[in-house]
Design a protein around this ligand. Structure first.
Ligand code: SF4
Ligand code: SF3
Length: 623
């Protein structure tokens, strides 16, 4: 893993020593180092709270909120402000000191729980000791990072629910105990794999918590047409994922002559009934987060970043960029406010009044609002379309967008999909295809947008409902395929939640996460059929050309269902464990060498396409 050049946070390119390098994210090395230290002290305080719970003591919700906000602050592209991160380290150390005196027995605590420091000057040297690469075994490190990133996603869901005054002590207790376990050297690889799946289970709980918080506060998202042009009054552009911030800003801008627009992941705010009553909530401006440099420039007015993803701003609009909550950028104004407090947005509103109206960059409308309640309200139509064959398959294309050219794949893939398929999406990945004219099937749009990445829960609810309606035993029997784009750490929890729900054969792109060691990737490939994307042409064949899949599909590795076992082993000897784990324990037998993969799978009662996926993924990873 040390030889790979990738970023632990955003997986683009850049730092090669864990998250302590300045890279494409624009973070300075000192900022990345302070993030490492904030994670370390968050793990430390979590070990203390976990011991306190084991002694039967209650943890104040304020401590839970401190830990979730710490994790949220360190997710990809949320906070670049070194001093804000250092302040959180001090707050955490102080809170931990108060908790430690309540603990009867401190003997089993890890070093992170006992570490204390009052001199800021000593933080850098400590950060250098405790970064990602301080775990030397690459498989342990890979699983610890997978769990930690999943917990960061869980913390984001919790934080958004907490902002709406909803808490789940079970989720917080798990989050903290799991964080503490990432410090525990006595855990085996199997223990860590089990903890990874348990993280997915709590991911589902965290998503349900947030879904309940959002829908009970703002109503169920409903089909909505959103304008993408502009009006002629000055505006404030709101980005990130925090709906409570959006609510407060909408209220405070009413009657001020300032319009409100959404950017990137805030688009789904338009789908909530509670926000529709605001006439000055005009529309969506622009695209996914990575286009900020052009789009914030032409917006002309101030921008409020409520969470990630921030692109380091150009000087030309930096004075118009405001942050709040977990987001931060040095030199940009930060609007404070704790859970339960009304934030004061007067400064950004006054700023907006002095700005020109946005410059129009596109016009027209997009349609969204297909979260679970809305889709289930259309269940009869949807089920009827599936039964009649009008809809052959659903393709879950949820996830993140990013600036890499390889992400054009998703636009091309969406365009190449057979006309009898419907895309289910959530997250900013949708901007790769939500403005294409993909039409509808009997009135059902071919792109159903459930909302933010945080709303991926809706896609799971829809799948589980369809499984019930079609009376299936296994979620994988549904006509749903998964081709998910990923970028930020928070998205890891969506993957883990899907794995916990039993979803198999998820394709992930544009690359598999770099923090997966070869062995951890193998576990995911063998047990869940996780596979990387291929070319658009190959993947369309793989997902839709069932006849060809049955016998002669050519995979990226060159291995087909017709390949002889002996030839596969000759070309890729390291694939033997994959074939054996699929039940082919007779590989040493000369006659098995002359069998085709399809025949061998048939004899062992295995789906040849699943084995092909696994072989393909393995060969792509290791060659
Ligand atoms: Fe480097 Fe930024 Fe990635 Fe950290 S997040 S490894 S600083 S590119
Ligand atoms: Fe996008 Fe950052 Fe992930 Fe919330 S805003 S989906 S990348």
């Amino acid at each position: 893993m040390e030889n790979k050049m990738f970023c632990y946070q955003c997986q683009e390119t850049a730092g090669n020593t864990g998250c302590t390098q300045s890279g494409v994210c624009g973070k300075k090395p000192e900022v990345a180092a302070m993030q490492d230290l904030l994670i370390f002290v968050s793990k430390g305080i979590s070990a203390v709270t976990t011991c306190l719970r084991n002694e039967g003591k209650k943890i104040d919700p304020a401590i839970n909120h401190l830990i979730t906000l710490n994790l949220f602050t360190t997710i990809t592209n949320a906070n670049f402000d070194e001093e804000a991160i250092v302040a959180r380290i001090f707050d955490t150390l102080n809170a931990k000191k108060e908790l430690l005196v309540q603990l009867s027995n401190t003997a089993s605590l890890p070093e992170a729980a006992l570490w204390d420091e009052t001199a800021r000057v000593n933080f850098s040297s400590k950060a250098a000791e405790v970064g990602v690469l301080s775990t030397k075994d690459e498989d342990v490190r890979s699983l610890r990072e997978l769990i930690t990133y999943g917990l960061k996603g869980l913390s984001a869901y919790s934080k958004h629910a907490n902002a709406l005054l909803k808490d789940d002590e079970d989720v917080d207790a798990f989050l903290q105990s799991a964080l503490a376990k990432t410090l525990d050297d006595s855990l085996s690889l199997n223990d860590l794999v089990a903890l990874t799946l348990e993280t997915g289970k709590y991911g589902v709980n965290g998503m349900a918590l947030l879904d309940n918080a959002n829908t009970t506060t703002y109503g169920n998202p409903e089909i909505t047409t959103v304008k993408i042009g502009v009006g002629n009054r000055p505006g404030i552009l709101v980005s990130g994922h925090d709906l409570r911030d959006m609510e407060m800003l909408l209220k405070q801008t009413e009657g001020t002559g300032v319009d409100i627009y959404t950017h990137s992941e805030m688009l789904p705010a338009h789908y909530y009934p509670a926000f529709k009553k605001y006439n000055h909530f005009v529309g969506n401006y622009g695209n996914a987060w990575w286009k900020q440099k052009e789009e914030f420039e032409t917006f002309n007015g101030p921008i409020l970043m409520t969470t990630n993803c921030i692109v380091p701003p150009k000087e030309s609009y930096k004075d118009r960029l405001y942050t709040t909550g977990a987001a931060g950028f040095p030199g940009c104004k930060h609007i404070a406010g704790e859970i339960g407090e009304e934030k004061d947005f007067s400064a950004i509103i006054e700023h907006a009044k002095k700005c020109a109206a946005p410059t129009e960059i596109e016009s027209g409308e997009i349609v969204g609002g297909f979260a679970h309640n809305q889709v289930l309200a259309l269940a009869d139509t949807v089920v009827g379309a599936v039964k009649s064959g009008a809809i052959k398959k659903f393709v879950v294309m949820a996830g993140c967008d990013g600036r890499a050219k390889s992400r054009n794949y998703y636009t091309d893939f969406a365009s190449a999909l057979p006309k009898d398929t419907v895309i289910l999406t959530a997250g900013c990945a949708k901007y790769r295809y939500n403005k294409l004219d993909l039409g509808d099937i009997g009135g059902i749009p071919r792109v159903l947008d459930a909302g933010q990445c945080n709303d991926s829960y809706s896609l799971a609810v829809i799948a589980l409902k369809l499984k019930e309606v079609f009376d299936l035993d296994d979620i994988n029997e549904l006509p749903i395929v998964y081709n998910i784009a990923w970028y930020e750490q928070k998205a890891v929890i969506v993957l883990l939640a899907l794995l916990y729900l039993g979803v198999k054969d998820i394709h992930l792109g544009p690359t598999l996460p770099g923090f997966l060691s070869a062995n951890v990737a193998k576990v995911l490939v063998e047990n869940f059929g996780i596979a990387p994307i291929g070319t658009v042409e190959d993947d369309i064949k793989l997902f839709f050309d069932e006849e060809e899949n049955d016998d002669s599909r050519v995979s990226v590795s060159g291995i087909t269902a017709d390949s002889l076992i002996g030839d596969i082993l000759l070309q890729y000897p390291d694939t033997a464990p994959i074939l054996m784990s699929c039940g082919m324990h007779c590989l040493g037998c000369p006659s098995s060498q002359m069998e085709s993969l399809a025949d061998a799978c048939m004899v062992h009662g295995i789906d040849v396409n699943i084995v092909l996926n696994q072989l393909n993924a393995f060969v792509t990873q290791n060659n």
